[in-house]
Design a protein around this ligand. Structure first.
Ligand SMILES: Cc1ncc(COP(=O)(O)O)c(C=O)c1O
Length: 418
């Protein structure tokens, strides 16, 4: 009897140690055996640059997007956006400004600038998206287009923005890079405005890799489907996709399990840079060249699209647990609404809570975290909130005890010496 209870307490102690030493990392992709199998099959059959999965993915996306939109698969969300902006510009060459939210990732801003256009930053609402009033106030005769992303998959007021842009004669991009399978007023996100765009890069809803790992241009105007198809058909097939895929697997998916070897890809790249064998900027430029999507990445996307409804439901459950664990604390989960899907958990820390201390506390508790994007404007909500926004781990099967652990570390007192 005594022996049995001793064993039980030992087991409890070992279990506790395992739990405490368990790291909770940020999730870059949720791949099941189907994705790995699809990848190995594509590689083994030589369908890396192109392959039959591309057409199947196109059909699957048209179905998810309600059956009416025309979809062209390209090398990345940036490529899709760049193509759309070039077409807009051809039609209204006198307009050179593009409205984007003041809280946004580099890829959108860089693409606008690379198209020879000027981004106009408009403040965000409490859901981290553009507001209709903000856009209305920024519209003038020089505005060519509005890019309306659904930040972290939280729907922007896209239907109202569509009416506004139509009345103002301004193009609208429904930037659904971070979301798939969510509707507003019964219409799938990505199908509003003149064009929509999707991305399959890390941390999105469907993830196939990083560095130009695929995206889609969604053409929502019947009169544009033929000219857009002509442009997209002329794009070359991508190159070096196997290398980019291995980089993703090593640097993002396997790294947490490889200990010091997890950084091998990084050190190789750094060593190459040292001896002048490669230039990071050039490499990145190469990955975002205007190309079609690869067969490898299309194959990895397909099983995720088949599982999409279950995936969205499972993640909604995790968001609900986070909201419950944070209830009563001063930390705000600004985009949370019961039943809403989000691709990330991004929290707003109280004004007086220091970001670096909070991240250190999380790190001590074995919890990874990432800061939000920098603000693009000097004032307004974006400027006030951006330094206080923090991403914490979330994935569809995340157990309640891990969520509790993250929230406990977020709420706990600052370290003594800080
Ligand atoms: C809102 C938004 N738009 C566009 C993009 C560009 O997508 P990609 O990384 O596939 O070029 C991203 C991704 O970084 C994004 O978050």
């Amino acid at each position: 009897m005594a022996l049995a209870s001793l064993n039980r307490s030992r087991i409890a102690l070992v279990a506790e140690l395992i739990v405490v030493s368990e790291r909770i990392g940020l999730c870059f992709a949720e791949w099941h055996s189907e994705e790995w199998l699809a990848a190995f099959r594509a590689i083994a059959s030589g369908h890396v640059a192109s392959g039959p999965a591309i057409e199947r993915l196109c059909d699957a996306l048209v179905a998810v997007l309600g059956g009416k939109a025309h979809v062209e698969l390209v090398g990345s969300g940036r490529v899709a956006l760049g193509l759309a902006l070039a077409v807009f510009r051809q039609r209204r060459s006198q307009c050179t400004r593009v409205i984007v939210p003041a809280y946004i990732c580099d890829s959108v801003v860089d693409t606008v600038r690379a198209a020879g256009l000027e981004p106009v930053f408009v403040d965000i609402g409490s859901d981290l998206n553009l507001t209709v009033d903000g856009v209305a106030n920024a519209l003038d005769a020089r505005v060519l287009a509005v890019i309306a992303p659904h930040m972290y998959a939280c729907p922007a007021p896209i239907s109202a923005l569509e009416s506004l842009c139509q009345d103002a004669g301004v193009y609208l991009v429904d930037d659904a890079a971070q979301v798939l399978g969510v509707t507003q007023e019964g219409r799938p996100l990505g199908t509003f405005g003149d064009v929509g765009l999707l991305s399959f890069a890390q941390s999105k809803t469907v993830v196939t890799g990083v560095l130009g790992s695929g995206g889609a241009l969604v053409i929502n105007r019947a009169d544009w489907s033929v000219p857009m198809r002509t442009i997209c058909d002329s794009l070359p097939a991508p190159q070096r996709r196997l290398r980019a895929w291995m980089h993703f697997v090593l640097s993002y998916l396997a790294a947490p399990y490889l200990g010091p070897f997890g950084q091998i890809d990084y050190y190789l790249a750094a060593a190459k840079l040292r001896v002048g064998m490669s230039q990071r900027a050039q490499q990145l430029h190469h990955y975002y060249n205007r190309t079609r999507i690869s067969g490898l990445e299309a194959a990895i996307a397909l099983p995720q699209i088949a599982r999409l409804p279950d995936y969205l439901t499972a993640r909604r459950g995790v968001l609900e647990l986070y909201a419950r664990a944070l209830a009563g604390s001063e930390i705000i989960f600004p985009q949370f609404t019961p039943g809403r899907y989000l691709s990330k958990v991004v929290l707003l820390l109280p004004k007086e809570q220091v970001m670096s201390e909070t991240r250190r506390r999380l790190a001590v508790a074995g919890v990874a975290s990432r800061r939000g994007y920098p603000a693009r404007s000097e004032g307004g909500r974006a400027a006030g909130w951006a330094p206080r926004l923090l991403e914490v781990p979330s994935f569809s099967g995340m157990p309640a005890r891990q969520i509790e652990r993250v929230c406990e570390a977020l709420r706990s007192r600052p370290l003594k010496n800080t």
